[in-house]
Design a protein around this ligand. Structure first.
Ligand code: GLU
Length: 509
């Protein structure tokens, strides 16, 4: 590649960040890192009516959590600042005016009411939703249909107007997509999109082209839903005289609902009970909270990993990748053209694998946060690491550490006596009574010593070990789960073990 690679993620800050958006970030990021390029975050906030308080900060936080930190952004600055389109407002008008002068765009004075009337008037059976385009534009109020003097008068009067692109008739517009290969459009099928709005703000179409040009973007990755906009963009690049600088496009496949029917939406997540947003999003308008992957207990590495393989593979069966491996192996040749079905079970599998891969030390802080969130402040880190090592293979989500690990630090709030009772008898009660006595004088508090004592006592009482392990476990843990029970006793210590046996015995008597 001769030019220095520059890619961008260009979200409109209007709400929670969908996992498809994060995948777009990821592919941008991988491509940039692979080519020693630059990853830009540009905030596309020109639609003031869609402004949502906090949405931009939320996006920045998501990228930080995922470890996909941009090189240039509103937060980090950079040579092409500002990176927020609303702050670049004054840059766009000149290009729209240039297009009007060249005859590639025009002023349109139609009021919202006139536009509505047009839709009714030109509606036919073959054309149920008529567009403002080559068949209709001459019948509307714009600088193509009105005389020059009238246009001058309207402009002089300060009448609100927009600038629209004049889409040519029946031209074939072609570009080579990095994933789909050659893609063609007939220009007649696209309406005369607004480029500059009455409030002087550019629309997405004008702003994206101008900024990709001014910011020297070389490759643009975006969702497949933007493909229909490509003909307008190609024409803008051409009319503005920049066609040789146009970035190479890659339209990424959609992420589909689990059944494969249609694009995965936030509503699907709500309906089927899984997250779709990267992090918790609280809608400032109605305070509605949507839970994100982060808060549900996903590790960022797992989240990134599962997104990477939603629509891409490295040509082998490998599914688990570190970010370094992804940077090394990512290639557009292996990005699928078709949509990728999302599976929450698979997503959880990735998280489980990543939790297993981690050393206790790496999980320590996150597990502490889970405990704190449940009202338990830990002081002794040393024991926490041991607990993490003992239970991490049983955790799918970080939040599972509470259920799987909290009994090491606090006695269980409830004890499942119902599971012990059916096979409970006086011999067993006596066994635990004697065991508690013997444990009191045990000096060497290790798993081995506890086990020996346990076995000896069982043999003395002539009770099978298998009969005793479950009650012991339930007394210590509260239920039928957790790692080896002797390891639990060793870790929670003498005093606590004896206390829990005594409590169990009381509940069973
Ligand atoms: N602002 C568009 C969005 O919200 C960006 C599309 C593009 O990357 O061109 O997704």
């Amino acid at each position: 590649m001769d030019k220095k690679v520059r890619v961008r993620f260009a979200p409109s800050p209007t709400g929670g960040l969908h996992l498809g958006g994060v995948r777009t970030v990821l592919y941008n990021y991988l491509f940039a890192k692979q080519h020693n390029g630059t990853f830009v975050l540009r905030i596309e906030d020109t639609d003031q009516t869609r402004f949502v308080e906090g949405a931009e900060e939320y996006i920045q936080e998501c990228l930080t959590w995922c470890g996909l930190v941009p090189d240039e952004s509103p937060l980090h600055g950079g040579p092409y600042a500002p990176y927020r389109q609303s702050e670049r407002k004054d840059m766009y008008r000149q290009y729209a005016e240039q297009l009007v002068k060249q005859g590639n765009a025009y002023y349109a004075f139609d009021t919202p009411q006139e536009l509505e009337e047009m839709r009714v008037k030109f509606k036919t059976e073959e054309n149920p939703s008529p567009q403002y385009g080559h068949t209709i534009r001459e019948k509307m109020r714009n600088s193509l249909s009105l005389g020059q003097a009238e246009v001058g008068r309207l402009l002089g009067e300060g009448l609100p107007y927009v600038i629209r692109i004049k889409m040519p008739e029946n031209e074939t517009l072609t570009f080579t997509d990095m994933i789909r290969g050659e893609v063609s459009f007939n220009s007649s099928l696209t309406d005369d999109k607004v480029l500059l709005k009455a409030d002087g703000m550019p629309t997405y179409h004008l702003a994206v082209v101008v900024d990709d040009y001014l910011m020297k973007i070389t490759h643009a990755f975006r969702g497949e839903e933007w493909l229909p906009s490509a003909p307008v963009h190609i024409l803008l690049w051409k009319y503005l005289g920049w066609i040789n600088e146009m970035p190479q496009w890659a339209h990424l496949p959609l992420i589909l609902k689990p059944d494969g029917h249609g694009k995965l939406s936030k509503r699907d997540g709500d309906r089927l009970g899984f997250p779709v947003f990267a992090m918790n999003w609280k809608d400032p308008k109605n305070a509605e909270l949507t839970t994100g992957f982060r808060e549900l207990g996903f590790l960022p590495e797992a989240f990134i990993n599962l997104l990477a393989v939603l629509g891409w593979n490295d040509g082998t069966e490998q599914e688990l990748f570190t970010i370094e491996e992804l940077i090394e192996r990512f290639s557009l040749d292996h990005v699928h053209k078709g949509g990728a079905k999302f599976s929450y079970d698979k997503a959880k599998w990735f998280n489980h694998e990543w939790i297993k891969r981690y050393k206790a030390e790496g999980l320590r802080q996150k597990v502490k946060e889970v405990f704190t969130g449940n009202g338990l402040e830990l002081k002794e880190d040393e024991n926490l690491d041991k607990v993490i090592e003992l239970v991490k293979d049983r955790c799918t989500l970080l939040t599972d550490f509470w259920q799987q690990g909290s009994f090491f630090f606090v006695a269980p709030a409830t004890i499942d006596v119902a599971s012990i009772k059916p096979k409970w008898n006086d011999d067993k009660a006596m066994f635990f009574d004697i065991l508690a006595e013997k444990l009191t004088v045990l000096e060497d508090w290790t798993a081995e010593a506890i086990e020996t004592l346990f076995k000896e006592t069982a043999a003395e009482k002539n009770i099978k070990m298998g009969e005793l392990q479950l009650p012991f476990r339930i007394m210590l843990v509260g239920g039928k789960f957790g790692p080896a029970v002797i390891d639990i006793a060793a870790l929670i210590g003498k005093e606590e073990t004896i206390k829990r046996i005594r409590t169990g015995l009381k509940l069973l008597s």
